[in-house]
Ligand binder design. Structure first.
Ligand code: FEO
Length: 171
């Protein structure tokens, strides 16, 4: 594996680790704030980001690169409300998509077609994650400050959104 590809994949490893940490912090905030359904959803989401990181680590090492396990900075601890949480998630996922796109571009420029093929899984995953984050934001905007609406959202978020998430992360 070329050095610049290895370096760029390591940056993505760090970003997936950071994503997992951010969602873990959000899950913990949700749990402490009484949003137990949202907490469950975010704990699972954090686990998925860790799997995204692992998948990259294993790929880099299998291809004779060197995967670097990153230090992770402490995420934000508190949020104003659920809308702030899910708006942050949407913004973060759009950022991750841009980073994946840059990696795809680099793999083509370097004619590294194996890495290009590998990255297609992340391209599809980002499409799903952005769509889901957008749907959740739309729902929360509709609910507004309606307490009953928030209660139902927290109760139903896992049945509404977890089933449609990609569960074949390690394939
Ligand atoms: Fe691994 Fe949510 O991107």
């Amino acid at each position: 594996m070329k050095k610049n590809i290895n370096q760029a994949l390591n940056e993505q490893i760090a970003l997936e680790a950071e994503s997992s940490h951010i969602y873990l912090s959000m899950a913990s905030w949700a749990e402490k704030t009484g949003y137990h359904g949202v907490a469950q959803f975010l704990y699972k989401h954090s686990d998925e980001e860790r799997l995204h990181m692992l998948k990259l680590i294993r790929f880099v090492n299998e291809r004779d690169g060197v995967a670097v396990i990153p230090a992770i900075k402490q995420p934000k601890e508190t949020y104003k409300n659920l809308l702030e949480v899910f708006q942050s998630i949407l913004e973060h996922e759009v950022y991750v998509t841009n980073e994946i796109n840059k990696l795809v571009e680099l793999s083509l420029k370097e004619k590294d077609f194996t890495t290009h093929h590998f990255l297609q899984w992340y391209v599809s995953e980002q499409l799903e994650e952005e769509a889901m984050a957008k749907q959740i934001n739309d729902k929360l905007k509709l609910i507004g400050n309606d307490k009953m609406g928030i209660y139902v959202f927290d109760r139903d978020i896992n049945s509404m959104f977890l089933d449609s998430e990609n569960t074949d992360t390690m394939k």
